[in-house]
Design a protein around this ligand. Structure first.
Ligand code: PRX
Length: 652
């Protein structure tokens, strides 16, 4: 990389190999974004061409109107022509024999083998499961729940649903049964695909047990179970089916359903401001085009690349860049079952070297964790296959950026700091690797054709260096959400109210530098990003409210060295309870309602929570108790004395 001032640019050699190397693309796309996306869409396989590229009835819009397609034909058939026996993806299991004795063995005590799926293998597996799902009565438009860890069957399940036009809704495997239940209830899924168990840091997690609890009081009639960890599991003879039995005699071809471009491909839930998560709806045609081209251009995916995105399929990053994106582009990618620092802190390095990973995509929280283990560990690795590094999920600070750039990328890899959201379906802001520029802590330039702006509260466009609300302007991008499942009000309120129905409000604040590079500052709503995972304070508070002894609670996100932010909770109890006991119970309550990722770092039992005279909880003040910021004027509070008392509890 070449450094000019505080900017970095790709070298001549890098540029030579890059798919997109001329900045002219930005000009062409900006002239007519609709035409630009249309040209791109033509490179993919459509059963029937669209009649209109973009239609807009604010706050609703459509892309490739009237077009028919099946995304799996693009992920599979399209690749069979040229890449039938090319590896589509490699699966790396967690269990491995560790040299230092801290082994993470499988149940048999042996190291496990990786698995390779060629495009042809994947095609057959997807078709078999698609046929089996059809036999179980799954029809186009039906919702199917997927509660699987990072194993090949997760990818196969998503594609099998898409093959027959069923809508998949993937639930992160570390979510609690209660979190699973809410999602299954909201989608009224009749089928759930899960596994017996999986490995996490050497332990077997009994996923089936959680799935059984989660399907209670839902419409789920059949539970398909992948045999993964061979752990003992409960079984309901009439309801449960082994995956292997189900597909055994199925044919290796299933006719791909003709999907309208605007038919729903999947629903993925993200935290809502209340206890209830929002089902983000993504449709087929637009999502496909965006997943394909953002994947291809941002990660510069070429025929011989090995792409490893560390994200789990339970999140949007896993959907777009550990499944659809790389498959659409015919890339070989990697999925990994375990934790990157298990059984040794350099497991992730070993994986990079083992497969010669060329493109590595992770989150700042992981980068900070790697950094903490120390660079001595990295000296053993050359990382000479790496060409591009990616970051996603939260702002990456300059120190972590520099560490990643120097110690992992060895100063030769561009860092694509990719900004996007569950709602945007694919990456929307980042500089392209063959063009640049890259600047630590700045996410970069909007993707070609994307119109964004930074506005003040009144909707006035802000000049360079002024922080404001990041918005997206029409025609947006083809993959942007089309709705909140069964909740049009929420769709309107959350995204299209702040500045009217024609401007998408991201809920992020940002500013631009003089080069037009964007720096994301943070969220304006109650979202907290814990190790890159999106949670809301409201969601945690409503989980805590279910504790019978708690009258009131307030959750805030406070800075954390590794995780970026962590939740802490303040609780008021109407009973005389011991602080330690109640803290333990509250944490347990959160684990039960949401899952271990949401566990508050600290739970403080307090007498009162600071509120305004109108009864609004002042989370801002609670947050400032943990940062160096001044508390500000407390006289507007109804109960200013509560702050002093809380301070005393915190110091204890
Ligand atoms: O605040 C932004 C932050 O993550 C939010 C979206 O979270 P989620 O829907 O979970 O999707 C994460 C993965 C796409 C955004 O509103 N965010 C995401 N990427 C970045 C980021 N903040 C700063 N820099 C990024 N690269």
């Amino acid at each position: 990389m070449i450094k000019k001032g505080n900017l970095y640019f790709p070298t001549k050699e890098f540029k030579k190999r890059a798919l997109i190397k001329s900045a002219a693309i930005y000009k062409t796309a900006a002239k007519n974004p609709i035409k630009f996306w249309e040209k791109l869409a033509k490179e993919l396989l459509w059963q029937k061409k669209w009649k209109k590229v973009f239609s807009h009835r604010p706050p609703y819009f459509k892309w490739f109107v009237g077009g028919k397609l099946n995304i799996t034909e693009n992920c599979l058939e399209r690749n069979l022509e040229k890449r039938k026996n090319k590896v589509a993806f490699i699966w790396e299991p967690e269990p491995i024999a560790a040299p230092n004795g801290r082994a993470s063995p499988s149940k048999t005590g042996r190291e496990e083998r990786e698995r390779y799926f060629t495009y042809y293998d994947l095609y057959r597996e997807v078709n078999k499961l698609a046929n089996a799902l059809k036999k179980l009565g799954v029809k186009k438009g039906d919702r199917v729940g997927i509660y699987l860890p990072m194993i090949p069957e997760a990818i196969i399940s998503m594609l099998a649903c898409a093959r027959i036009g069923a809508i998949h809704t993937v639930v992160f495997s570390a979510f609690s049964p209660q979190a699973l239940r809410i999602r299954l209830q909201d989608t009224t899924a009749k089928i759930l695909i899960t596994a017996d168990g999986y490995y996490r840091k050497g332990k077997i997690i009994n996923l089936k047990q959680n799935a059984d609890k989660g399907v209670k009081s839902t419409k789920v009639k059949k539970v398909i179970v992948v045999k993964r960890a061979k752990n003992e599991i409960p079984w309901q003879r009439k309801r449960d089916l082994w995956w292997s039995d189900l597909i055994k005699n199925e044919k290796e071809f299933c006719k791909p359903a003709a999907m309208d471009s605007e038919d729903t491909l999947f629903i993925l839930y993200t935290s809502g401001s209340t206890g209830k998560p929002k089902g983000i709806v993504h449709t087929t045609g637009g999502y496909m085009v965006q997943a394909n081209f953002t994947g291809k251009w941002i990660f510069d995916l070429k025929e011989d690349d090995i792409f490893w995105s560390m994200a789990d399929v339970g999140w949007i990053t896993g959907h777009t860049y550990s499944c659809y994106g790389p498959l659409l582009t015919g890339t070989t990618f990697l999925i990994f079952e375990g934790a990157p620092d298990w059984p040794t802190p350099d497991r992730w390095c070993k994986i990079i070297e083992k497969y010669g990973v060329t493109t590595f995509y992770t989150a700042p929280t992981a980068i900070r964790m790697f950094e903490k283990y120390g660079i001595k560990l990295l000296k053993r690795y050359t990382f000479n296959t790496l060409q591009i590094l990616g970051s996603v999920g939260e702002p990456i600070d300059t120190a972590a950026w520099q560490w990643y750039f120097k110690e992992v990328g060895r100063e030769k890899c561009p860092i694509v700091d990719t900004w996007w959201q569950t709602e945007t379906g694919g990456i929307l802001i980042t500089s392209l690797p063959g063009i640049g520029p890259f600047k630590p802590a700045f996410t970069g330039l909007p993707f070609p054709g994307l119109r964004v702006n930074i506005l003040d509260e009144k909707g006035k466009s802000l000049p360079v260096h002024k922080e404001g609300n990041l918005v997206i302007l029409p025609p947006f991008a083809p993959g942007l959400l089309r709705g909140v499942y069964k909740n049009p009000k929420k769709y309107l309120e959350t995204y299209w109210s702040q500045y009217g129905k024609r401007i998408y409000f991201t809920s992020d604040t940002a500013y631009r530098d003089k080069n037009g590079l964007i720096r994301i500052v943070g969220r304006v709503d109650d979202v907290i990003k814990v190790a890159g995972h999106r949670l809301t304070t409201g969601e945690l508070e409503s989980a805590i409210a279910k504790h019978p002894d708690i009258t009131e609670s307030a959750v805030v996100g406070i800075p954390d060295e590794i995780k970026g932010e962590v939740p802490v909770a303040f609780v008021v109890s109407h009973k005389k309870r011991k602080a330690e006991t109640i803290a333990k119970e509250v944490r347990e309550q959160v684990r039960k309602e949401i899952g271990p990722i949401a566990l508050p770092k600290k739970v403080y039992l307090v007498e009162d929570i600071p509120k305004t005279r109108s009864g609004k909880i002042m989370r801002r003040i609670l947050k400032r108790l943990f940062t160096k910021e001044k508390l500000g004027d407390l006289s507007t509070l109804a109960n200013p004395e509560s702050v002093k008392k809380i301070k005393e509890v915190i110091v204890k």
